[in-house]
Write a protein that binds this ligand. Structure first.
Ligand code: NAP
Length: 298
């Protein structure tokens, strides 16, 4: 496989997705920066990306992709394959935060966050995998979170969506290894992106009011995360390093943050427990890439 990759990134209008798209393109990769509504709400972001691509002669282009819409995902993937002939890397980055007491989130809000943060990756992975299988290689990269491994009060549905994403990505990691397709997970800590300014609040105010002092936890946590937030370019640089790691040598999990907050410990325990689980089911020998260390990216 050529060392320069054909990459699709979801949620590339702002934040990590935008930085990942620009960073990979600046390192010679061909990048499809996908986003919702590039002709409307995201037209300024789309134009800025196109202008950058022109100014710096990058192989970087914008495509419409709403991860909650099957037809939109399939259209975008078809367009990448028609134009580039292959897809080497799919980066499942699109996501948002729903915060507030778990009981105060409506069922519809709970479904909506799963539809983006979890089913979004389900749709994208199902759309790209037949092409990766034809190529006999590829990488599914999942932008999870430290909140995919530890639970933060008042961020319960966000954590649930990322825990679900972690389980799916790990399952793919085992199941696809024999076909030469890798599945890895990035677990960022808090970073400066628009995400905390775009938090969706749990809508049931009446339920929230019954909690007394606990109803202030979401605000307190957001304050701590904002104060701790690092430079988001660190995550884009880590993704570049992962994408450029030779096939077959990538780890399952990469924590990216200044502090582990226990995520490394959980990953280490999980790795040895999963090894035993594979053994119990007589599957340990079936997977080519299992048990690569889960410690930080650097
Ligand atoms: N920043 C952090 O501290 C942090 C830490 C850990 C993990 N993460 C994860 O990193 C990922 C990127 O977040 P960010 O921090 O870079 O925040 P961000 O700047 O708000 O980016 C989120 C992106 O997801 C997109 N998106 C939301 N719903 C979508 C949909 N239905 N279809 C397509 N795109 C959609 C947004 O697009 P629109 O512009 O159309 O809304 C935006 O481009 C998320 O999965 C987040 O959970 C962030």
């Amino acid at each position: 496989m050529d060392s320069k990759q054909m990459v699709l990134v979801t949620g590339a209008s702002t934040g990590f997705g935008r930085l990942i798209a620009e960073t990979l393109a600046r390192h010679g990769h061909t990048v499809f920066a996908t986003m919702r509504d590039p002709g409307g709400r995201n037209s300024k972001n789309a134009e800025e990306i196109r202008a950058l691509a022109k100014r710096e002669s990058l192989h970087l282009q914008v495509l419409e992709l709403d991860v909650t819409d099957d037809a939109s995902v399939e259209r975008a993937v078809r367009s990448v394959v028609e134009q580039a002939g292959r897809i080497d890397v799919a980066i499942n980055n699109a996501g948002y935060v729903l915060a507030g007491l778990a009981e105060a989130a409506t069922t519809e809000q709970a479904q909506r966050i799963m539809d983006t943060n979890f089913f979004g990756a389900v749709r994208v992975n199902r759309a790209v995998l037949p092409q990766m299988r034809r190529q006999r290689g590829g990488l599914l990269l999942h932008i999870s979170s430290g909140a995919g491994r530890v639970v933060i009060q008042s961020f319960g549905f966000y954590c649930a969506s990322k825990f679900a994403l972690e389980a799916l990505a790990e399952s793919y990691h085992y199941e696809l290894a024999a076909q030469g397709i890798e599945s890895s997970i990035v677990e960022p800590g808090a970073y400066q992106t628009p995400i905390l300014g775009n938090i969706v609040r749990a809508a049931d105010q009446e339920r929230t009011e019954t909690y007394g002092a606990a109803k202030a936890i979401a605000g307190k946590v957001s304050g701590v995360l904002t104060a701790a937030a690092g430079n988001a370019q660190e995550v884009a640089d880590a993704v570049l390093q992962i994408v450029e790691t030779p096939a077959g040598q990538k780890k399952l999990r990469y924590r990216v943050s200044a502090a582990s907050l226990g995520v490394d410990e959980i990953n280490a325990v999980s790795e040895s427990v999963q090894a035993k689980v594979l053994e119990v089911f007589g599957l340990a020998g079936d997977t080519a890439y299992v048990h690569r260390s889960a410690a930080g990216a650097s």
